[in-house]
Design a protein around this ligand. Structure first.
Ligand code: DUC
Ligand code: ZN
Ligand code: ZN
Length: 486
């Protein structure tokens, strides 16, 4: 099986060039300024397709390192599994996902959840995938198990929570950081101050305020920023353990991260399109739909997630962080529910399952809002959506790079294509698109996963089970690819 892409503008994180690209058996075999079909054996030689990419960009497939498929959040189970979730990802130009495993039964082992997630994804995923470990408690058994998770199972990153039922306390955080650093694994953190949120939430609910906006007001930016600052200090105390802040949504925490960088600390930050492009006013929005639907909270409930959407000050700060490199990656925190599931929050925001879809929107949104609006270069865009996440999570140079020998995960973007985002165009399991009505300039028109065309002009043509589990490298293997570039 072989595909020849002609006349491409090939874009990596550091270079752009006019090139032809030949893929064979899932790998990029050759990149050259001109490759003639006859020279690679034509149809007899296994050439299955010649794609003319003139006027289009070809980028390394998107790598979304923050999804939640099949997740059970206690009050609901997300509506995307590893089939619908990865189809949606592929249609939006993402060819690799790293999913955050959900919580298992109290006291369960790390391997228990890993086995469950292998079951969830096997035979379902249409693109390549891996998982982050989830640490829901700390004891000697868990600290011991981390070694085989990293060295045998290929799970080189783990997430800890500073809020929710399975939050860790400071001494548990230190134990996790120290051990994971020893194993060359990256600690990802959901940073929100649990006590402050509990205090504010109790007061707000006690006053009878339960509309969607109060979800945001019960977890203001300072709750998140305090936890970011605490994690930065704990990471230093744990012997300079590297940390990765997930879904950063505020400018105060961003400033703490910037200061940590000035001290040379390994603190990596991810933000998501919703924090750059949607704002707190969404919780008060009354759309036309509300007049025909039956409850005034319905529109705001669509955006209930943690951390919540912020105001324009924080949005602008985050854009600045993206532009100046303080923020390393763009992920989605895709955690999709249907409108019916979100409507549990009609009785109060505390009953609404947290999260929303987005895996299909990330690459097109950043291309249009970032590159086409001249906020970032196209190379920086590739770095944020593909190269950097691949490097940080042990997937590079197999993923995140267009080079001979890399996986042929390629996305072709037509920069002239105008698309107005709407639910009708989406491929996931949810029944609303949080970015409804946003006008985009530029859109992915083809996605190849390991050399197979799996999306063509918005039509998914891949198959379940094509996606393979990716055994990820530990951090010391990744470091050599970016250390010099820091
Ligand atoms: N917040 C999380 O921490 N995880 C999933 C969705 C959400 O809103
Ligand atoms: Zn989180
Ligand atoms: Zn998440």
């Amino acid at each position: 099986m072989s595909v020849l892409i002609k006349n491409a503008t090939l874009v990596n994180a550091d270079t752009s060039e006019r090139a032809d690209i030949l893929t064979r058996n899932g790998i990029i075999e050759k990149i050259a300024s001109e490759i003639e079909p006859s020279e690679v054996g034509g149809v007899e030689g296994g050439l299955t397709e010649i794609i003319d990419a003139a006027g289009h960009y070809v980028i390394p497939g998107g790598v979304d390192v923050h999804t939640h498929f099949n997740i059970d959040v206690g009050i609901a189970t997300s509506c995307d599994d590893f089939y619908s979730g990865t189809v949606s990802a592929a249609c939006g130009g993402t060819t690799t996902i790293v999913d955050h495993m959900g919580f298992g039964p109290a006291g369960c082992s790390l391997h228990h959840q890993l086995e469950r997630y292998h079951e969830f994804a096997r035979d379902k995923a249409v693109i390549d995938y891996s998982f982050h470990g989830t640490i829901q408690h700390i004891n000697d058994g868990i600290l011991r198990e981390m070694e085989s998770m990293v060295q045998e199972e290929g799970i080189s990153s783990f997430k800890i929570y500073l809020t929710y039922d399975f939050k860790l306390n400071d001494s548990e955080i230190l134990a996790a950081l120290e051990r994971l650093n020893q194993l060359n694994a990256l600690t990802c953190v959901h940073p929100e101050n649990d006590g402050a949120i509990r205090f504010l939430k109790e007061r707000i609910l006690g006053q009878g305020s339960n509309a969607p906006i109060y979800h945001a007001l019960s977890r203001p930016p300072e709750c998140e920023a305090e936890a970011v600052g605490r994690m930065i200090n704990l990471a230093t105390l744990a012997g300079d353990a590297p940390i990765y802040i997930v879904h950063l949504s505020n400018g105060i925490g961003l400033e703490y991260i910037r200061q940590a960088h000035q001290r040379g600390q390994a603190v990596f930050a991810e933000t998501c399109p919703q924090y750059l492009l949607l704002d707190i006013n969404k919780y008060n929005t009354m759309s036309d739909q509300v007049s025909i639907a039956s409850h005034p909270y319905d529109e705001g409930l669509k955006y209930i997630m943690s951390p919540p959407l912020r105001d324009h000050y924080h949005q602008n700060q985050l854009w600045q962080g993206v532009i100046d490199g303080t923020i390393s990656t763009l992920a989605t925190d895709h955690c999709a529910f249907t409108l019916a599931q979100k409507r549990a929050g009609r009785d109060g925001f505390q009953y609404c399952p947290n999260g929303m879809p987005g895996v299909e929107n990330r690459v097109p949104l950043l291309f249009s809002e970032g590159v086409m609006k001249d906020r970032i270069s196209i190379n920086h865009f590739v770095e944020l959506v593909s190269t950097r996440p691949a490097q940080l999570f042990g997937l590079y140079p197999r993923k995140g790079l267009i080079a001979e020998g890399a996986d042929a995960d390629l996305v072709i973007i037509d920069p002239t294509k105008e698309v107005t985002l709407s639910q009708g165009l989406m491929h996931g399991g949810s029944d609303y698109c949080p970015y409804e009505g946003i006008k985009l300039l530029g859109y992915p028109v083809m996605t190849l996963s390991r050399g197979r065309v799996i999306v063509r002009d918005g039509q998914f043509i891949g198959r379940p089970g094509h996606g393979r589990f990716l055994h990820r490298q530990p951090l010391n293997e990744c470091y050599r690819y970016w250390e010099n570039g820091e």
